[in-house]
Design a protein around this ligand. Structure first.
Ligand code: NAP
Length: 249
């Protein structure tokens, strides 16, 4: 299925985990993909690995999403290398979990900076290109169920992920006139390095809250990202899709 044939996509934080899985799904669907990550060498390695596996081309790029200069350079790279920008996925993320009593201001600021400022910078830079091209584009923001329900020990992360929902809805209203669509995904517990870092008892207690009885796989988020990136969702903007195996707590 060539849902993204000939289109160009950028995915941030894509050297591993959910971002890499989205990159794999997009290249398989025909897109040319820029894999951006704070670690440029790992982004290059991932892009090299992807070449030849899918129908689309791939390139790696170093980008700290909290830097406006890095973000603007990233978008310029995609446009100069592949001739446009049709899809942008704000996926990069970190966790700095602690109760409020133990969380430092630095831990709060780091998480807000990468997730919320990063997603805002990415949405702005991508929309600036997409609104000027025929056909517009699709921006997909990776929020989290933590931003809807709130999780103890994640006041920084829950706040940032809830902020991404507001950003998504406001941006959708600003750029819809140019057929630039902005949507968000709220994953639940997905098996990646981020969740493997959780203490075992916390991981197991979260699995108990999942009606489908298991953590999700990165590919199960990638399929939803592909839907939002493609024309399959052409009449959707400002929407937030929960992909949680039914978990609501
Ligand atoms: P991951 O495996 O840790 O991958 C995140 C990637 O982002 C890593 O390569 C990381 O690099 C990179 N990164 C960190 N800071 C960055 C920055 N400033 N600029 C660019 N790249 C940066 O995490 P994941 O589980 O795939 O998560 C991907 C997204 O899904 C995140 O937004 C996360 O919050 C969200 N999410 C995940 C889950 C889950 O259960 N896994 C659930 C809900 C939402 P380093 O490894 O060097 O830090």
């Amino acid at each position: 299925m060539s849902l993204l044939q000939g289109r160009t996509a950028i995915i941030t934080g894509a050297a591993q985990g959910i971002g890499l899985s989205i990159a794999e799904a997009f290249t398989a669907a025909g897109a040319n993909v820029v894999i951006a990550d704070i670690d440029g060498a790992r982004a290059d390695t991932a892009a090299t690995h992807l070449k030849g596996t899918g129908a689309g081309d791939s390139a790696g790029a170093a980008c700290d999403v909290s830097s406006a200069d890095d973000m603007n350079a990233l978008v310029e790279l995609a446009v100069s290398r592949f001739g446009g920008l049709d899809v942008f996925v704000n996926n990069a993320g970190i966790t700095r979990d602690a109760t409020m009593r133990k969380m430092s201001e630095e831990m709060f600021d780091q998480v807000i900076s990468v997730h919320l400022r990063g997603a805002w910078l990415g949405t702005r830079a991508a929309a600036n290109v997409m609104r000027e091209q025929p056909g517009g584009g699709s921006i997909v923001n990776i929020s989290s169920i933590s931003g809807k329900v709130g999780l103890a020990g994640q006041t920084n992360y829950s706040a940032a992920k809830a902020g991404i929902v507001g950003l998504t809805k406001a941006a959708a209203k600003e750029v819809g006139f140019a057929n630039v669509r902005v949507n968000a995904i709220q994953p639940g517990l997905i098996r990646t390095a981020m969740t493997e870092a959780l203490p075992n008892d916390i991981y197991e207690s979260r699995v108990k809250d999942i009606p489908l009885g298991r953590a999700g796989e990165p590919s199960e988020i990638a399929q939803v990202a592909l839907f939002l990136a493609s024309d399959m969702s052409s009449y959707m903007t400002g929407a937030v899709l929960e992909v949680t195996g039914g978990r609501h707590t």
